[in-house]
Design a protein around this ligand. Sequence first.
Ligand code: ZN
Length: 351
Amino acid sequence: MNRLIVAIAATLAVPAAAFSQNVILVTADGVRWREVFSGAEAALLGPNEQDARREFWREDPIERRRALMPFLWSHAGRRGRIWGNQDLGSAARVTNGLNFSYPGYQEILGGFPDPRIDSNGKVPNPNVSVLEWLNSRPGFKGRVAAFGNWDVLPFILNTDRSRLPVWFPSVDSDVQTHEAVMKYLREKKPRVLYVLYGETDNRGHEGRYGEYLRAIKRVDDFLREIWSAVQSMPEYRGRTALVVTTDHGRGEGPRWTDHYKDVPGSENMWIATMGRGAGWGGEVCDEDATQAQVASTVAALAGEDYRADQPKAAQALDLDYAPVYDARAARGGTDAARRTVERAAAVKLPW
Ligand SMILES: [Zn+2]
């Protein structure tokens, strides 16, 4: 028994110097916290979407979210951390006040909201992103790359100045983007990789809920494929962290198709971390997060202190925190939250 306790303690007491060698950041554009934590919403599925209903609807919200994002919930949901389940007292929010893409990507990648970024226009970002900054650090030069299903991404990352390699497809296709990602990952083995999947938002604006759900499911499939490639390469296995988040949420009920500053709820988002150094315990209870914390978190996972050079950036998320599925959350929450806490507590951790 003692030996077991020592082994567990050694696993949990991660020294400050233990960071990932590599970090992969993935964003799925405009995915609501509702779908991430509760899966498909029955009321939003139209009468012509019976196939999607069969695919994604389950009575139980835990089974429902697993049907939509099986990889996220079997990995970050158990062996990582996920902020943003407001039913458990964890809100993750956009702080730029605009709740659309370019301001959101500035907040994610720059680490702070910038009021000068107030449109999705192809305007070179005056700010240095955490990706550009990492690319200037010893050991990272030429080892940082970005892929995105959006032709504004080169401007967000100011490729004229940053010289970062940024790839985007000629048509709206997450699949094409993902194929380019997988090729680059296997051949170039970057230390820091950023991927923007965009079909989730595009299908959302079209008002096709079933297709929006399918786009989310595809992102989950992409994450699984990235993670299994990571496990297959010695440069990555056991030394890579994955961060997954979104640039904004969407409205509630019939306004689910939309987002922007005057759409209530579209400031709500979510952040998941998993892999080396990325914490454990799954769903976070009673702890908030902001979109602006992602940049410093990515840097910290790469062993770098972004705020030393960019004091405007929000602090990194607390990845050392060992969560307790506490009775307080179980008592105080809604029925759904209580079920989630009970289910989460029943999950067997890998050690
Ligand atoms: Zn949008």
